[in-house]
Design a protein around this ligand. Structure first.
Ligand code: NOJ
Length: 766
């Protein structure tokens, strides 16, 4: 009897086992993947070690370089099978020439990847990424990447080094311009939307391109905001505040990643096995390929982590890097490293396979010329439709910082003095990292106003001063023509005279594009050159002054905020700059952008961000409270907080309600609020929801963004908005790096900025 039962049990177990294994197999066998595996295994079986190593090489050939010129004899190397992809070459003609060499002149005819920094548009340039984020509109963010992919692929490219998803809390860092700002939650939404926009639902379509998530990782955490500088960060800070956008981009299916230049807690990212293998591939399950940043392998020597190029190439390969951008250490030393047993053959095989897989997914093995079609550029690049989207995005990205007595919108009448080095400047409109962008196609503010209204209002213009006092540097970053030979004093005098003849002054001031982006950190982030003197002189005329700012980072604007009645943050708005600024200035479009990076009062407050901690001695604003976490010479508050931005109308929040006062771990909390447009014009508002976890096993930020809705309301209209929160939204990485929500009390804030809002509380129970 017992035997029979045992036998029956055994067969039952066997049957269950077979069922489970069949299920597992069913899951494992994805026919597309199986087909790819067979194709690549077959191809790799024909490859020599040198040919495999050749695939790991990514030289630059063509236009832009962002470091030492290392890539030489690229044509010859392509023909010898020593190149897997190239970057900085575009146009179908130029790309065809190189692809021909790979598929016609190499033994195995493996096509090349063609990459480029398509960062905020290819030729139709959108606002800089920091501005794009200020739209808080994921549909527009995705559309910008979609248009960029369409244009880039029409120009022969199949791979972009974007999105840049580095969190930045330090506006001194010039590359703040290239990211989405300071918030991990919003940054994650944007990362996803960008990947979706570039890659679409099928990488092999001729109008989609592969995304490259960068700079992995924590590049924005550079000490003192100095580019390429050291990053030393606790694991909980990393996991909670800096890593989420990268993870979101990978989860959205990004095909590749780029290692960052910085070190992380003593080990440079490019040599960091924990980062590139344990975290990225192990914990996160990333299956795509990883390339380095420009000569990042070679720079490991300067970092002091390896003694020569061979040594650092070993470190990078063993860390999990697949492709070496420009440095050539892999093609020089990988063979020896394998022979000496310092790098395994499997490491090379895995790297090569991942690069070949990317090519396979892009459809390059089916057709190496998939992205090369000489008739596409004329039809698909800088089309009126693309420019229309660029204008829409530029309008939505602008943030109204101040508007006393409703000086804005302006009436199209009388005489306007349009002053400033950026008022009629095409060159600087397209911002940093707009490599393929043609600034000569961009629209200046002066042209934008003219396009709208012709000769009426009367426009008087004056340059006012040069963008920078360092003329040599200005010529270097903006070209000789940007330098006005007159002295700044002469130009300020002329501007004041011009202002005297007008009813209102519009001063368009800010940074040249080259003052943000890579290798463009600043220690003083005020208006550069003599621009503040110019502004002071204009304000002293007594005429009403509207300040339009164009810049690539938050600036310090204390004087401006105190003395100038209206301030519009326009960022570097892209190709359609002038049309978009004009449409906001004259109220054709009501501004709705909200900041995604805090504007400090002065540089001493940096790093400054809304989601900071309380400390044990939080300062409540009473100046007699000495032993508090505070400065003696400046308040703790920023000048303009995260989430801030005005409108030509006003919005009121009322009736904040939670559908329950306690929620358990599986529950959903419904948060509702009534939003009313209480002003006289129609407009959009970004209603933001923040939480605060009152007590945690590790301390929690004073506020964390967990939701938002961008809503358009007609004047006088009200709407009830409903948000849903689950325990997932309340979870964070604890000391053991477990992602969990902890029971206890939470506060919910809903409002139009991170510094104000209605509040309610609830308890999370087990
Ligand atoms: C260096 C920059 O850090 C990176 O963002 C860019 O993609 C590469 N150069 C290639 O141009």
């Amino acid at each position: 009897m017992t035997k029979m039962i045992a036998r029956a049990l055994l067969s039952l177990l066997l049957a269950v086992g077979i069922l489970i294994s069949a299920r597992a197999q069913q899951k494992a066998v994805n026919p597309e993947k199986a087909k790819m595996d067979i194709y690549i295994t077959n191809l790799m079986s024909k490859m020599t070690l040198d040919e495999k190593i050749g695939q790991l090489n990514l030289p630059s050939i063509g236009f832009d370089i962002t470091g030492p010129l290392v890539s030489v004899d690229v044509d010859k190397k392509i023909k010898n099978g020593m190149v897997g992809g190239v970057f900085n070459t575009f146009t179908p003609e130029a790309v065809r020439k190189l692809q021909d060499m790979a598929v016609k002149e190499t033994r195995l005819k493996i096509p090349l990847l063609f990459g480029y920094d398509v960062i905020h548009g290819h030729k139709t340039i959108f606002p800089i990424p920091l501005a794009l984020a200020c739209t808080w509109d994921m549909n527009l963010v995705e559309q910008s990447a979609r248009v960029a992919a369409q244009e880039a692929s029409a120009d022969g490219l199949c791979w972009t080094f974007s999105p840049m998803v580095d969190i930045s809390r330090d506006p001194r860092w010039g590359r703040s311009a290239e990211g989405s700002g300071e918030d991990p939650w919003l940054g994650s939404q944007i990362a996803r939307a960008m990947v979706k926009g570039y890659q679409g639902d099928d990488l092999s379509k001729p109008n989609t391109i592969m995304a490259c998530v960068k700079h992995f990782a924590l590049y924005g955490g550079a000490e003192a905001g100095r580019d390429y500088n050291t990053v030393d960060m606790s694991m909980v800070k990393m996991y909670n505040d800096y890593l989420p956008p990268y993870k979101a981009a990978f989860d959205a299916g990004a095909g590749s990643a780029m290692s960052s230049f910085n070190e992380i807690n003593g080990v440079p990212a490019t040599a960091n096995k924990w980062l590139m293998t344990d975290l990225l591939r192990g914990q996160w399950g990333f299956k795509g390929m990883v390339c380095t940043d420009y000569t990042a392998v070679n720079e490991l020597i300067e970092h002091g982590i390896g003694k020569d190029l061979k040594d650092v190439s070993r470190l990078a390969l063993n860390a999990g890097i697949d492709m070496d951008m420009v440095g050539e250490g892999f093609i020089l030393y990988a063979r020896e490293l394998v022979k000496e047993g310092k790098v395994t053959q499997k490491t090379i095989d895995d790297a090569c396979r991942r690069i070949l897989e990317a090519k396979y997914k892009l459809g390059l093995f089916d057709d190496p010329y998939r992205y090369i079609n000489e008739s596409r550029p004329a039809k698909e690049i800088l089309t009126p439709a693309n420019r229309k989207i660029a204008k829409e995005i530029a309008e939505q990205s602008m943030v109204l910082l101040k508007n006393d007595n409703q000086l804005l919108p302006l009436k199209p009448q009388g005489t306007i003095a349009l002053i400033g080095p950026l008022a009629d400047n095409q060159r600087e409109m397209i911002g940093t990292w707009s490599g393929a962008g043609d600034w000569q196609r961009s629209i200046t503010v002066r042209s934008g106003i003219r396009n709208l209204f012709g000769e009426n209002p009367v426009l008087l213009t004056a340059k006012g001063c040069n963008l920078l006092t360092d003329r040599k540097y200005l010529a270097e970053i903006s070209g000789d023509k940007s330098v006005d030979p007159r002295t700044d004093d002469e130009m300020i005098k002329e501007a004041v005279e011009t202002a005297g003849k007008a009813d209102v002054v519009v001063a368009v001031l800010g940074e040249p594009s080259g003052l943000s982006g890579e290798a463009a950190s600043r220690s003083d982030i005020g208006l550069p050159g003599r621009q503040l003197d110019l502004l002071k002189a204009l304000v002293a005329t007594g005429k009403p002054v509207v300040l339009v700012l164009m810049n690539g980072r938050p600036l310090t604007l204390e004087w401006e905020n105190e003395h100038v009645p209206a301030i519009l943050e326009a960022w570097h708005p892209g190709t359609e700059a002038g049309d978009a600024v004009a449409s906001i200035l004259f109220g054709i479009r009501n501004p709705a952008g909200k900041l995604t990076m805090t504007f400090p009062r002065n540089v001493g407050q940096i790093p400054i961000y809304y989601n900071h901690k309380h400390t044990g001695r939080p300062y409540a604003g009473n100046p007699d409270d000495k032993y508090k976490s505070r400065y003696l010479d400046v308040s703790n508050d920023p000048l303009y907080p995260f989430g801030y931005g005005l409108s030509y109308t006003t919005f009121n929040y009322s009736d904040l309600k939670l559908d329950k006062s306690t929620m358990n771990m599986n529950g959903t909390l419904k948060v509702s609020v009534t939003l009313t447009n209480t002003g006289k014009v129609d407009g959009a508002e970004v209603a933001q929801l923040y939480i605060h976890d009152l007590v945690g096993s590790i301390t929690r930020p004073v506020k964390e963004l967990k939701g938002y809705q961008k809503v358009f309301l007609k004047a006088g209209e009200s709407k009830t908005l409903t948000f849903a929160l689950t325990s997932e939204d309340l979870a964070f990485y604890n000391e053991k790096l477990e992602h969990k929500a902890e029971p206890g009390m939470f506060i919910v804030f809903v409002g139009g900025s991170s510094d104000k809002g209605l509040e309610a509380s609830f308890e999370l129970t087990k």
